[in-house]
Design a protein around this ligand. Structure first.
Ligand code: ZN
Length: 258
């Protein structure tokens, strides 16, 4: 298959809250698994990654009224792949779509809003840990999916403190939510970024790069490519359901509530 090699412009990087946009069709093909794939020059659709699930929604190809329902979005070598089906045609669409056509994009709002709340909530837990005496825990992997979200840290919590810390963490997080605070995402020079993140960036951020830093209010920021709420109060409420330490690692299970 032929693929345009230029990376897709990630419009959600600059504006995480815009759910309707236009773009230009770059290519259309069937993937190895038979699913249709559309590639655009730019997109507001979030591709699965960084612990956050993909957006869903639909694309309208102008001049033809063809509707493409987006079921999944992935990123490969900087190119965003929109997977889905042509509405009303099942898997039967065999036509060719002209490169250069204008396309309207619509991201499913309910799903994106939930994903953003879950992602911001994960960051908020990172921020709260030092405030409840667990500053030694180092953020690691995270899973901000609605089917059982968690954040993982290097370091442990003593068994006898587990229950108290779970309660304290939930109280602290909900206190910050009720205070509110703007969430920002900015592309910064490495040194500036490090300063915003408490003086140091994780090893996986290359020294010459310009990382995107997400910051909640005046709290220390962290490198992140995901989507977030506009204001921390939009998380509404966090439930910390369990803290578990095993083999030098700690997992915090949480969820958001209305
Ligand atoms: Zn993040």
């Amino acid at each position: 298959m032929e693929m345009d090699k230029s990376p897709t412009k990630l419009d959600y990087y600059d504006d995480m809250w815009n759910l309707h946009s236009t773009a230009t069709l770059v290519s259309h093909f069937k993937g190895d698994d038979g699913r249709h794939v559309l590639i655009l020059d730019r997109t507001i659709f979030y591709p699965q990654g960084g612990g956050q699930p993909a957006d869903t929604g639909f694309l309208i190809i102008h001049d033809s009224n063809i509707k493409f329902v987006v079921h999944d979005v992935r990123s490969k070598d900087g190119i965003v792949l929109h997977y889905g089906v042509f509405e009303g045609m099942g898997g039967e669409f065999e036509g060719t779509l002209e490169k250069g056509k204008e396309v309207s994009l619509s991201v499913d709002e309910d799903r994106r809003k939930l994903n953003s709340r879950l992602h911001s909530a994960g960051h908020l837990l990172d921020i709260c840990l030092p405030k409840i005496g667990l500053g030694h825990l180092e953020p690691g992997k995270a899973y901000h999916f609605s089917d059982g979200p968690w954040v993982e840290y290097k370091g442990v919590v003593p068994q006898n403190e587990m229950q108290n810390k779970q309660k304290e963490l939930e109280i602290e997080a909900n206190a910050l939510i009720s205070m509110g605070g703007k969430v920002s995402a900015d592309i910064l020079l490495y040194d500036e970024a490090a300063k915003l993140c408490g003086g140091i960036l994780p090893d996986y951020v290359p020294k010459e790069s310009t990382p995107r830093i997400v910051q909640i209010g005046d709290n220390p920021g962290c490198p992140c490519g995901g989507t977030h709420v506009l204001d921390v109060s939009d998380i509404t409420k966090i439930k910390v359901s369990q803290i578990r330490s095993k083999k030098g690692m700690t997992k915090v299970f949480y969820n958001v509530e209305s």
